[in-house]
Design a protein around this ligand. Sequence first.
Ligand code: ADE
Length: 250
Amino acid sequence: MRVDVVTIFPDYLAPLGLSLIGRAREAGLLDLRVHDLRDWTHDRHRTVDDTPYGGGAGMVMRPEPWGEALDALTPAPGGGAGPRLVVPTPAGRRFDQAMAHELAAEPWLLFACGRYEGIDARVVEEAAGSGRVSRVDEVSLGDYVLNGGEVAVLAVVEAVARLLPGVVGNAESLVEESHAASRHGLLEHPVYTKPAAWRGREVPPVLLSGDHGAVARWRRDEALRRTAARRPDLVARLDPAALDRRDLAV
Ligand code: ADE
């Protein structure tokens, strides 16, 4: 998969050289390229922002450098398939595991990191109609405000890249974890390792019993309990067909 990121802070993306993602890049599974938006400015101060029309606090990113950056990084219309453009913004569609899977199926993603009060709205409009990108998504990590898109890109790229074949060593760990499709939208059960007693706290005895059926039932019960306590919104969305009689007793 190819991933391009345009930002005024290329150093912010340095963690994508570490750990599993760094290794995926070295192995050629992920072709990640970070670009400085200021390379597409032409004034002495390399200006990327200006005051908002209509007044108000803060600054807005000017459309010209963004237009030039997107033109430089995407094929001309008819010149082959362009990337899917992803613009992180608190005003976007909420990012979740389903979207991570959707993005992981794309051959090419291009992230545009806004700063300040955001990017002039014409940039996304123009890109969507340009024929240079396959589609445009404005994506939010959640209902809170970051200083810019860079931290959102770190999260989205990590969530997406680990779904690419060969990036995570043990594919089973992908299936088991929170929000994976096979868990039917339940949070993951709590986990324990050795020692069996620590600071007076014991590991639940069923996990030491060797009874695989009982362990599976206990994990399912804990997942249901946790989800009901922490994420009632997920419980409300559960498919009734995915529940069995024992679940209803929890
Ligand atoms: N940029 C600023 N806040 C953000 C958020 N919550 N999600 C995505 N991008 C953002």
